[in-house]
Design a protein around this ligand. Structure first.
Ligand SMILES: [Zn+2]
Length: 387
């Protein structure tokens, strides 16, 4: 599931049932009854159905029953999105909070789009002696991309060194032969690791991955990590667990908590690094917003959920928090806008990357205005021109 799948959902001609459930929040674990969404769901369904004609109500009821049956069989404790229509069923375990919502007709995609935009995309590789499996993580789901099998090519060695032995049995050779065998195995592994590293680089670029998770025994993940190009290696995380052989669904169940943990740590580290830095960075709402509009920010760090009422000059476009109805720069009239309405556009226009951080993990940045960024280094071209 990714954003283009959502677009395809919007093309479906049948009416679609869209359901978001907030799930059981961490804070009230154990308080099950308080968070049971079933009464809400029933009431909402009744309200929707009341406005439908008989045919439509029948179609709606069929999809609603499907969702109810599903929810009965698998109690929800994480935020969830369901899209159901004749012949189609999509259920997503959402990685960040959602609000309860039930709709019928065109798919309700606002919440999921917001969540998708906030989420980091990850490239995940599970590796063991048999090979490597590649996954793309987005929107709380793992999608398997491809696999690489580790195959040892022994044909060359047999001929040259111990062909007469190896042809009869496949036992490990002894003594000096074993050393040679081991050396060649190591070489083949090295070769294999380099191949994996190449593929990781490719996947990261094509899927816009924010980070790489290398899952497997460290004797395998470490050499892969060191074979990565620097810009990818800086974003690599090792998870020392042997999960390469298990089925995708199980792997996902095992990895999701680790990904959530990684996201929290990522937020913490990114925010701490920004706040500690003494140069090349900016922190604070107004300063960051101004520098963003000057095109000075390469990467913008933003705590999730940050929003604020602003004003934008209709004439020159300048945006800030001042309540002045007249632009200080060009005296043009100013209109009210929300940060959330203009941010994406600003970032796009200035080629700024946005990193959304967990507000709990990045609490200090949240307290410092919720926004900051890494400035672009002045380029040599720019310097040459100005001198
Ligand atoms: Zn202006």
């Amino acid at each position: 599931m990714n954003l283009s799948d959502l677009d395809s959902l919007a093309q479906v001609s049948h009416p679609i049932l869209s359901l978001y459930l907030e799930g059981r929040s961490k804070r009230s674990a154990g308080g099950r009854a308080a968070l049971n969404s079933r009464p809400w769901l029933k009431k909402q369904a009744k309200l929707l159905a009341a406005g439908m004609n008989a045919t439509e109500r029948k179609a709606f009821q069929a999809q609603f029953d499907r969702a109810e049956t599903f929810l009965k069989s698998s109690p929800v404790n994480t935020p969830l999105a369901i899209f159901a229509t004749e012949g189609k069923w999509i259920c997503l375990h959402l990685p960040s909070p959602a609000s309860n919502e039930l709709q019928w007709g065109t798919p309700a995609l606002t919440q999921i789009r917001r969540i998708a935009e906030e989420q980091q995309r990850l490239c995940i590789i599970a590796v063991d002696r048999a090979g490597a499996r590649f996954f793309h993580y987005e929107l709380g789901e793992l999608a398997e991309l491809s696999a690489m099998k580790f195959e040892i090519d022994v044909s060359q060695w047999k001929r040259r060194e111990h062909g007469h032995m190896a042809r009869r049995n496949t036992k490990m050779p002894h003594g000096p032969l074993r050393d040679a065998f081991k050396r060649r195995m190591d070489e083949q592994y090295k070769h294999f690791f380099r191949h994996i590293a190449e593929r990781i680089k490719f996947v990261c670029a094509s899927e816009h991955s924010a980070a790489v998770l290398l899952v497997g025994p460290e004797r395998m993940t470490k050499p892969i990590e060191s074979a990565l190009p620097r810009e990818v290696r800086d974003r690599a995380v090792l998870i020392p667990e042997d999960l390469a052989r298990i089925a995708s669904a199980k792997l996902q169940a095992k990895l999701l908590p680790k990904i959530a943990e990684w996201m929290r740590r990522f937020s913490e580290e990114r925010a701490a690094r920004l706040l500690e830095s003494t140069r090349g960075s900016v922190v604070g709402f107004d300063e960051t917003l101004a520098k963003l509009q000057n095109g000075r920010i390469g990467t913008l760090l933003l705590v999730r959920g940050l929003d604020a009422p602003l004003r934008q000059c209709i004439n020159c476009g300048e945006i800030n928090r001042s309540a002045d109805p007249v632009c200080a720069t060009c005296r043009g009239p100013r209109r009210k806008v929300m940060l959330s309405e203009v941010l994406e556009d600003l970032a796009k226009r200035h080629h700024t990357r946005i990193e959304i951080l967990d507000p709990d993990a990045a609490r200090k940045l949240a307290q410092a205005g919720g926004m900051g960024g890494w400035l672009r280094q002045p380029t040599l071209v720019g310097r040459a021109r100005s001198s």
